[in-house]
Design a protein around this ligand. Structure first.
Ligand code: ATP
Ligand code: MG
Length: 568
């Protein structure tokens, strides 16, 4: 374990070691990898791991990485997914240059190679029904049994395979199978299916084909055609490797790629399965693939997660050979690391309580200087209007405070950030006894929030927004999409966190927020990092909270404020 941690810090892992060794030994002169998504959904965090690994290895070893759409199942694939995948890979920070491919580019070659296998007596057309095939396949403990069509003459298989292509047969009536070993201990080698009949329109090849290659048959040969040297995939394909190799050894392929397997990324409180994510979208459980609660790259982008944070997270997780589940908090850590450096500070009040400063002149507006970034003077400053009536966070006031409550309460003095010290003189309530307003006084000698000449100290600094100049905005606060750390993928609908989205309809924002360039992340002081959502309209910004200032989820029992802010 210690070794793995050290490896990660040095950016090394077993895959990179293999690549290095191949280069050192002269087994390869140039490294070629590929990222091969099936365009049947949007990319998620797990894919980000694969992208960073494949493109990262190519970059580090001076090779290249191909983007290849694994488009062999036209019933599930769409052009919209292809477009989204390309957009997301680029957003994450990688380019494939001229090396953009589709498995469907190779349909003709794959067909010819299937004919080659038939002619060599290594593939045959099977007329069994799907149920019969499933039955004769055997189990993990029992060998399979040969199909009655296994020994049919080569010429007959050739003829049938050509007629399968020529649209003579309906879906599911015949398949082409490799003739390997029905008794193999590895089920993948029990005469796997190479081609099935599927009368479906393909996003790229249209109706040119009605037979489509299986993943196993298409994948390795596509790698070989492209000259891929290291074909990196997730652990569930380990048992497929003998089949991957069998095809390459039995076909006249132009190059000899090698498959290596690494652990999938799993993250708590979310699911990284395209099937489940698709059902979340189709079932209306989320607003779409780019819902900010989704673990998709599009969702994370909309939420305000910078691509650097995803790359940083993936790097921290590292590449290992054993599956594990990573705490979502680790991802948030990376997001905060990046945003803390890049996000300018602003002030916003999510749950407003009006505060009237009785000794401050009516109608007067002062512009207070506020630093854009406490650790980065180069980020400069902005002016924030201050006046007699301001909003503070409702949770920053308590009429009857417990001992350790340091914020505002009757008779208490606090600092308003960048403005003045104020003291609460009176609490105004409505007929129902709800607090509607605080009457305060301010000390003019504390301008800028500075300590007065008498050296008086306060225990709290509050954020605030001037009432007259406040811009109203909608703020969307998010929690985990799934309540449990390991949601049950078969029963996921019952496990969705009912509080995963909280909408604050009328947050009060300092004017600079509305004026901000939409793509820059901001930190609302004491509340977290926020990002303008695409639902924003002129004069009515909508902001997503990307992440809180620290992990509030773990401490949800009591310390978390309703506004989601941190208590200090
Ligand atoms: P499904 O979610 O149905 O299992 P998939 O995630 O495998 O599908 P693909 O489009 O085939 O979808 O994935 C493209 C590549 O991303 C594959 O090489 C796959 O191994 C890799 N990948 C997918 N999920 C993860 C994950 N969680 N962690 C790491 N790599 C992943
Ligand atoms: Mg897959």
């Amino acid at each position: 374990m210690a070794d793995e941690t050290a490896d990660r810090a040095a950016g090394r892992d077993f895959i990179r070691d293999i690549v290095q060794a191949d280069l050192d030994a002269g087994r390869q002169s140039a490294i070629v990898t590929r990222f091969p998504p099936e365009p049947n959904g949007f990319l998620h965090m797990g894919h980000a791991k694969s992208i960073c690994l494949n493109f990262g290895v190519a970059e580090e070893f001076g090779g290249r990485c191909h983007l290849r759409m694994d488009d062999t199942n036209p019933t599930k694939e769409e052009q919209a997914y292809i477009d989204a995948i390309k957009r997301d890979v680029e957003w994450l920070g990688f380019t494939w240059g001229a090396h953009y491919y589709h498995a469907s580019d190779y349909f003709e070659q794959l067909y010819d190679w299937a004919v080659h296998l038939i002619k060599a007596g290594k593939a045959y057309v099977d007329d069994q029904s799907q149920a019969e095939m499933r039955h004769s396949r055997g189990t993990l403990t029992e060998p399979g049994t040969n199909s009655p069509f296994r020994e049919r003459p080569i010429a007959e298989s050739l003829d049938l395979f050509q007629r399968m292509r020529a649209r003579e047969f309906p879906n599911g009536t015949r398949v082409l199978r490799a003739k390997i070993d029905m008794a193999s201990g590895n089920i993948n080698l029990r005469d796997p299916v190479l081609y099935r009949i599927l009368h479906a329109e393909h996003p790229r090849t249209g109706t040119a084909w009605c037979i489509y290659p299986s993943y196993d048959y298409a994948h390795g040969q596509s790698d070989a055609i492209e000259g891929v040297t290291h074909s990196l995939c997730t652990l569930e394909f380990e048992d497929h490797r003998p089949l991957y190799d069998w095809f390459l050894e039995n076909l006249p392929v132009p190059s000899r790629p090698r498959q290596y397997e690494f652990a999938r990324l799993n993250v708590t409180h979310t699911v990284l399965s395209k099937r489940v994510l698709t059902e979340l979208v189709r079932g209306g459980h989320v607003v779409g693939w780019d819902d900010p609660r989704m673990p998709t790259l599009a969702g994370m982008r909309r939420r305000g997660v910078p691509p650097e944070a995803i790359r940083d997270f993936v790097k921290r997780v590292g590449v290992a050979k054993a599956n594990s589940i990573v705490d979502y908090g680790m991802f948030e850590f990376s997001v905060r690391e990046i945003l803390n450096k890049s996000a300018q500070r602003r002030m916003a009040v999510l749950k407003p309580l009006k505060l009237v400063i009785e000794n401050y002149p009516e109608g007067k507006v002062e512009e207070m200087v506020a630093a854009n970034h406490p650790e980065d003077p180069a980020a400069g400053s902005r002016m924030v209007p201050f006046s007699r009536e301001i909003y503070i966070e409702r949770d920053d006031f308590m009429e009857h405070p417990p001992k350790k409550f340091f914020r505002l309460s009757p008779g208490k003095e606090v600092r308003l950030r960048y403005a003045y010290f104020v003291t609460c003189k009176e609490v105004v309530k409505d007929a129902r006894g709800e607090i509607v307003e605080l009457r305060c006084t301010y000390d003019p000698e504390t301008r800028g929030g500075n300590t007065p000449p008498d050296g008086r100290k306060v225990q709290a600094t509050l954020h605030w927004v001037s009432a007259a100049q406040a811009v109203e905005g909608e703020v969307r606060l998010y929690e985990h999409l799934f309540t449990r750390p390991d949601p049950d993928a078969t029963n996921f609908a019952d496990e969705i966190n009912p509080n995963s989205l909280e909408v604050v309809a009328n947050a009060k924002l300092e004017p600079a927020i509305a004026a901000d360039n939409g793509n820059s992340p901001v930190q609302f002081e004491r509340l977290g990092y926020f990002h303008l959502d695409q639902d924003s309209k002129p004069g009515k910004p909508v902001l997503n909270r990307t992440v809180g200032l620290r992990d509030t989820w773990a401490k949800v029992s009591g310390t978390k404020t309703p506004a989601g802010g941190t208590k200090r």
